[in-house]
Design a protein around this ligand. Structure first.
Ligand code: TXA
Ligand code: MG
Length: 322
């Protein structure tokens, strides 16, 4: 049985909110990617997230909240964290902070910090309001596959393992949130690049923000979104270092639509090369190329000097190709 796709009517939203309160799983749209949500203070419900995704329990979850006041019930905030939250929330920024006792161990993989985000998507916000509880939600894909940016993507990956999907159309941003570790406010560190880059964060924090693509801390993964292989298609994926001619066995994914007649087996991520459009389309196009049965896919990386979303896009492309 596939999952039920719910359109966002007021009645469906009320029903899904009560399902969440009862400890059921619901896949929900957010502005970054779709999340697989559960009542964050219900350890049993959160355990079901790991089972549905096939995700190892040493990979902690992000907890979604309506606003800063709700976030402060779950974590010890410092002034730096309050400042960035006031500036960037709701939005694609996740803050890692010391957790409070009410957060179950399963959410944080037994660690003493919790990751928090206030999503901007109106339907995610409506569900948070109606359910009245924080929602733990990793991306709604089987572990290590490409994240979903539409309800159809969730259905393809997890449809047989979950009951409910709320259909909110396509995620606008298209890549996961920036994860910023502020446990030590004197040393802010980005653990996963996203739409909000180190420059934007540094401006608000008035200090340098480091970007770390680090590995493990105490057996627990510091940010498994940073696992070398992640966000991966099944087809072998390679970075495109120079122009190649695609054929029936080898597709290419370009950053922008080529001018003139387009060779067959060519995919593209944008009309004119705008980073926001590339990020928005990245996972959908990767999935389409993956489903077409090629032996190999070559993908063009973004020029790193582009700033903003460039680091996040290249990070996901590099990990998908690892
Ligand atoms: O945009 C997003 O962040 C999406 C939407 C659904 O909100 N969620 C998402 O969740 O990407 P997930 O589970 O796929 O990625 C969460 C990332 C992982 O890399 C995880 O390791 C990291 O956040 N994380 C969670 N809790 C952490 C903690 N306490 N310390 C360090 N990293 C943490
Ligand atoms: Mg994920």
């Amino acid at each position: 049985m596939p999952a039920r796709l719910h359109s966002p009517t007021p009645r469906n939203l009320r029903r899904l909110a009560s399902a969440l309160q009862r400890g059921e799983l619901v896949a929900i749209p957010t502005e970054t990617v779709y999340g697989l949500a559960a009542h964050a203070l219900d350890a049993r419900a959160c355990r079901a997230i790991f089972r549905a995704k096939g995700r190892p329990t040493n990979d902690p979850l992000i907890v979604h909240v309506l606003d800063l006041a709700h976030a402060e019930e779950l974590a010890e905030f410092n002034d730096a964290a309050r400042r960035v939250a006031r500036h960037f929330w709701p939005g694609p920024l996740t803050l890692v902070l010391p957790k409070k006792a009410c957060v179950p161990d399963i959410v944080t993989s037994g660690g003493d910090t919790v990751a928090l985000r206030s999503p901007a998507h109106p339907l995610a916000r409506r569900l948070l309001e109606l359910a009245g509880v924080p929602l733990a939600a990793p991306s709604a894909n089987p572990f290590s596959y490409i994240s979903p940016t539409s309800a159809a993507h969730v259905q393809q990956g997890l449809g047989r393992r979950i009951k409910h999907i709320l259909d909110g159309g396509e995620s606008t941003v298209g890549v996961e949130s920036t994860v910023l570790d502020l446990t030590n406010p004197a040393k802010p560190v980005i653990l996963r690049p996203g739409a909000i880059d180190e420059k934007a964060l540094g401006c608000i924090l008035r200090r340098k923000v480091r970007v770390r693509t680090g590995r493990k801390a105490k057996g627990r993964l510091k940010a498994p979104g940073l696992l070398e292989r992640h966000y991966s298609p099944r087809t072998a994926l390679q970075l495109m270092r120079r122009r190649v001619t695609p054929d029936a066995k080898r597709a290419v994914i370009l950053l922008r639509k080529p001018a003139g007649k387009v060779a067959p087996h060519t995919f593209w991520l944008s009309a004119r090369g705008a980073l926001a459009e590339i990020a928005h389309n990245l996972y959908r196009v990767l999935r389409e190329a993956d489903a077409a049965g090629y032996r190999e896919i070559l993908i063009e990386p973004v020029p790193p000097a582009a700033g903003g979303l460039a680091a996040a896009i290249n990070d996901r492309i590099r990990r998908a190709a690892a």
